[in-house]
Design a protein around this ligand. Structure first.
Ligand SMILES: [Zn+2]
Length: 365
């Protein structure tokens, strides 16, 4: 398989346009045309991980965190980032990162955390806006079903757990074909009235090109009438953090011990216990402090995340428990999630999980 084929798949589950502005996901080192021998998956791309790729004969490292984040001005090997990139290039190893675009999708980093904890009925905690479009078009009744199907196949008409969503209403379209026209129906120079269906479908922004291509392909008219406009709706499938419910409520201490065990935390930093049962749980892999108010508003009993600063703990205000479980600890299962997703699509593809624990933080207990 070529790198570009794997990248296309990864970007279908986590489109690059869903990454945060500051991020640098995608192919960082190497040509998309290279044939992959086998790939190594890791949360971080460190020198040790690149060494492991070399020794295991992998020519691609897929990491969650991008090694090149703020840009590179020199390649002299004076710091860890430069050394990793130099080593990768020297040994013809490509580097691919799937970072905040994987945090921000429904079946990404946070859904894996929810699955590990055992949360049910999970939703994105803070969904993004302005990522959806509406397409409205008008088509002769005879072609309406075919056109609808093609629009759905191109990625339109998905709302939450529902697919093939459209709104349809029949009416009369009129047109007068000019001298140079080749009308599919009616005659030149005469106003034609045709029974048409007005079809409305919703689509994610980034699928605009493929949906419009399908529209033009499946519509019989020479000139296709359509309206395409941006929606201000929240997109429930894209955004940060996630919230869900435990099947059975737990005491605060039992729940924290459960988290400590499953995430293999040496320590959990948390705010005062509130002497309440834990039922509703908000999570955000990595640095999630910015979502605290969202977690409170959504009625979470506890917010599991990492990288909180001292003063941020005060903001719990006895409304919620904040549990900082560590950045690496919170996102460690992203590796397994990547492996599962890729193997499901490409069962024969050689994939390995790194043997390195890349967590730069050690604990003195
Ligand atoms: Zn992270």
């Amino acid at each position: 398989m070529l790198i570009k084929e794997l990248a296309t798949f990864l970007e279908s589950i986590a489109p690059l346009c869903y990454q945060e502005d500051y991020d640098n996901s995608g192919l960082l080192v190497g040509s998309p045309e290279i044939e992959i021998t086998s790939a190594l998956i890791s949360l971080d791309c460190t020198e040790e991980v690149v060494d492991e790729a070399i020794s295991r004969g992998c020519n691609l490292v897929i990491s969650h965190h991008p090694i090149v984040f703020k840009g590179l001005k020199n390649l002299t090997g004076s710091n860890n980032v430069e050394r990793v990139v130099i080593k990768a290039i020297k040994h013809e190893i490509a580097l691919y990162a799937i970072h905040t675009n994987f945090d921000n999708v429904l079946n990404g980093v946070n859904s894996k955390i929810c699955e590990i904890i055992g949360l049910k009925n999970c939703n994105i905690l803070h969904s993004k806006r302005n990522l959806l479009k509406k397409l409205v078009t008008y088509v002769p009744l005879s072609h309406a079903e075919h056109l609808r199907t093609e629009l759905f196949n191109a990625g339109a008409g998905n709302i939450g757990n529902y697919s093939e969503c459209s709104f349809n209403v029949d009416g009369n379209g009129t047109y007068l074909a000019g001298e140079n026209a080749s009308p599919y129906l009616g005659n030149k120079g005469l106003r034609h009235v045709e029974k048409e269906t007005r079809i409305e479908v919703i689509l994610p922004d980034y699928k605009e090109q493929q949906v419009l291509a399908a529209l033009h392909q499946a519509h019989p008219y020479e000139e296709v009438a359509f309206d395409l406009y941006s929606l201000a709706n929240n997109f429930s499938e894209v955004g940060s953090g996630m919230i869900g419910n435990l099947e059975h409520e737990m005491s605060e201490t039992d729940f924290l011990n459960h988290i400590k065990l499953i995430f293999k935390c040496a320590v959990i930093k948390h705010t005062s216990l509130l002497n309440k049962k834990i039922k509703r749980v908000a999570v955000c892999g990595g640095s999630g402090g910015f979502l605290l108010q969202k977690a409170i508003t959504a009625g979470a009993d506890i917010f599991i995340t990492s990288d909180l600063k001292y003063h941020e703990f005060f903001e719990a205000e006895k409304k919620i428990i904040i549990a900082d479980i560590g950045h690496f600890e919170s996102e460690q299962f992203t590796q397994e999630l990547l492996q599962e997703s890729i193997s499901k699509k490409f069962p024969k593809f050689a994939l390995h999980l790194t043997k390195q624990n890349t967590n730069p933080i050690k604990y003195l207990i």
